[in-house]
Design a binder for this molecule. Structure first.
Ligand SMILES: Cc1cc2nc3c(=O)[nH]c(=O)nc-3n(C[C@H](O)[C@H](O)[C@H](O)COP(=O)(O)OP(=O)(O)OC[C@H]3O[C@@H](n4cnc5c(N)ncnc54)[C@H](O)[C@@H]3O)c2cc1C
Length: 447
C-alpha cells in the first residue's frame, strides 16, 4: 500500500485525500495553520453564520455533485434561494438589475444602444486568432465597450477581484474562450451547447448556487471526518520536503508519492527538492488581495435586498468591489430581525485599501453601504473584517509558462502531483474537480 503525503488542507487537498483514502492508499495531510479548510472558514456569532472566505459555489461539473454523493451529504446542501437571484450593477449613482431576458436587455440603461445593436450581430463577427488576447479586448471586439464596463468588468471584480485588461480568457475563462474558438460566437456556442442532449452524468451539472447548512465549514468537517483526524497534521509551520532516491521525506517519514495542494507561496517554503528555476516558474503568478467584511444590521430599512447582490464596475470608482446580500439567498445566516451582508474591497483595482487599518476599512465600508444601500435607522449588530493577502490567483499571460512548468515538473518527478489553484481554475467546483482528477490519476497509475 502506497504512502501519500498531501500538502495543504484546503478544499483541494482534502478532496484529494478523501478520494485517495477511498482507493485504499495511506494518506497524511500536512497543513501549515492550526485548522483545516484554507480559504473556507465559517464563523458563528449572535445568531449569524458568516463566511471568512467563499459564500457560494456552483455545481459546474459532475465531480462536484459526486463528491457530495460520495460524502452522503446531499441533504446538507443549502441551495441559494431562486427568488433572490437578481444581480444588481451600480451605474450613475443607483443600482440596475442585470437583464434577465430580451425585454430587460432592450430597456436596460446599463448598455449603450450602439452595443445593444452590436450584440445582435455578434454571431457574424469573425473569430479571434490571438490566443493571448486579453479579456477586455475580446469583449470590446465581440460585444462593445459598455458590455465590458457594465457586465464583464464587475463580474470579473466579483469572481477574480481582477482586471479584464490583464486576464487571458484562454486561461482565466476557458469556457468563454472555447465558445468563440469552437462555435465562432458566444451566442451561437451558448445556444448550441444548451440544446445538446445531456447524459445522466452531465445532468448532475447545474447553474444552481450552493452552500451548506452551517456554512462551508460543514463541508470541510465532513471531509475531515471521512479522511480521519488522525491522518491530518496541522500546525506544520516549518515543513520541508526532501527527496531521497525515489522517496519523499517529511520529518523523517517516508512517502512514495506527494501532492501539493497549497498556494504558490508553499513551493518556496516547503518543497526543498525543487530547484530555483522550477520554483520561479511555479510562483510566477500574481494574487489579488481582498478584504471581506461581514456586516449585520438589525431592523433593516434601506433598499430592497431581495437579490443575490450587487457588483460595482471599476469605472464607477467606488471603494467596494461588490456586496452579497447573503441573508436574502441563504436563509440560515442571520437572526430573524436582522440581515447579513458580505462586502468585498480591494482586488487588483485597489490593493492599497487592503493594507489600511481595521478602523479605516470599517469607516469606508459603512460610508459605502450608507450611500449605496441607504439604510436610515438600521443598527449594525455584527462587523468582522477578514484579510486575504493571497485571495485569488490571476490567470494572466504568465499562465502559459506556469502550466507548461507544471507538466515538465510532473514528468521529471514521476511521483509528484501539482494541485492547488495555480492551475485548473479558481472556483470551488474547479478545486473539487482537480482533487478528484489527481486521486483518479494516482489510482490508475498504481493499479
Ligand atoms: C475571500 C475569498 C472569497 C472567495 N469566494 C468564492 C466564491 O464565492 N465561490 C467560489 O467558487 N470560490 C471562491 N473563492 C475561491 C475558493 O474559495 C478557493 O479557490 C478555494 O477555496 C481554494 O482551495 P485550495 O484548497 O486550492 O486552497 P486554500 O484554501 O488556499 O488551501 C491551501 C491550504 O494550504 C495551506 N498551506 C499553504 N502553504 C503551506 C505549506 N507550506 N505547508 C503546508 N500547508 C500549506 C494553507 O494554510 C491552506 O490551508 C474565494 C476565495 C477567497 C479568498
Amino acid at each position: 500500500m502506497k504512502n501519500i503525503a498531501i500538502i495543504g488542507a484546503g478544499l483541494t487537498g482534502l478532496t484529494t485525500a478523501f478520494y485517495l483514502k477511498r482507493y485504499g492508499f495511506n494518506v497524511c495531510v500536512y497543513e501549515k495553520t492550526d485548522r483545516c479548510g484554507g480559504a473556507m472558514h465559517t464563523l458563528h456569532q449572535d445568531g449569524f453564520s458568516f463566511e471568512a472566505g467563499p459564500t457560494t459555489g456552483v455545481i459546474n461539473s459532475p465531480e462536484v455533485f459526486e463528491l457530495f454523493e460520495d460524502l452522503n451529504i446531499l441533504d446538507k446542501i443549502n441551495y441559494a434561494d431562486e427568488n433572490a437571484k437578481k444581480r444588481l450593477i451600480w451605474k450613475n449613482n443607483s443600482f440596475h438589475p442585470l437583464p434577465s431576458g430580451p425585454i430587460s436587455a432592450i430597456s436596460t440603461p446599463l448598455f449603450s444602444l450602439k452595443d445593444k445593436i452590436k450584440v445582435l450581430f455578434e454571431p457574424f463577427i469573425s473569430k479571434g486568432n490571438n490566443e493571448h488576447e486579453n479579456l477586455a479586448h475580446l469583449v470590446k471586439r465581440r460585444l462593445g465597450t459598455s458590455f465590458l464596463n457594465y457586465a464583464i468588468d464587475p463580474f470579473i471584480g466579483g469572481i477574480y477581484a481582477g482586471n479584464p485588461e490583464n486576464l487571458i480568457p484562454k486561461y482565466a475563462l476557458p469556457k468563454l474562450y472555447n465558445l468563440e474558438q469552437e462555435y465562432g460566437s458566444f451566442i451561437k456556442g451558448a445556444f448550441t451547447k444548451a440544446r445538446k442532449k445531456k447524459n445522466d452524468r452531465e445532468k448532475k451539472v447545474s447553474k444552481k448556487m450552493f452552500s451548506f447548512y452551517g456554512g462551508f465549514s460543514s463541508l470541510i468537517n465532513e471531509l475531515v471526518a471521512n479522511i480521519g483526524e488522525e491522518n491530518i497534521l496541522t500546525q506544520q509551520k516549518e515543513l520541508k520536503i526532501e527527496k531521497q532516491d525515489d522517496k519523499y521525506i517529511i520529518n523523517k517519514e517516508s512517502y512514495d508519492l506527494i501532492v501539493s495542494a497549497c498556494p504558490s507561496t508553499g513551493f518556496k517554503e516547503s518543497f526543498a527538492f525543487l530547484n530555483e528555476d522550477e520554483i520561479d516558474k511555479l510562483t510566477n503568478i500574481k494574487y489579488a488581495p481582498v478584504v471581506q467584511i461581514a456586516l449585520g444590521f438589525k431592523n433593516w430599512d434601506g433598499i430592497d435586498l431581495n437579490a443575490f447582490g450587487a457588483l460595482v464596475p471599476s469605472i464607477e470608482k467606488r471603494n467596494v468591489l461588490g456586496i452579497l446580500f447573503t441573508s436574502s439567498f441563504l436563509k440560515d445566516r442571520a437572526p430573524k430581525d436582522s440581515i447579513l451582508l458580505s462586502i468585498f474591497m480591494g482586488g487588483t483595482r485597489n490593493e492599497a485599501i487592503t493594507k489600511e487599518d481595521d478602523d479605516i476599512i470599517l469607516r469606508k465600508v459603512i460610508e459605502e453601504v450608507n450611500s449605496m444601500l441607504k439604510p436610515k435607522n438600521a443598527e449594525i449588530n455584527l462587523s468582522h473584517i477578514f484579510r486575504h493577502k493571497y485571495a485569488i490567483p490571476q490567470y494572466e499571460i504568465t499562465s502559459k509558462e506556469r502550466f507548461q512548468a507544471i507538466k515538465d515538473i510532473e514528468n521529471k518527478y514521476s511521483n509528484f502531483f501539482v494541485g492547488g489553484n495555480i492551475h485548473n481554475g479558481i472556483g470551488i467546483g474547479d478545486r473539487i474537480k482537480q482533487g478528484n482528477n489527481i486521486a483518479n490519476k494516482i489510482a490508475s497509475l498504481n493499479k
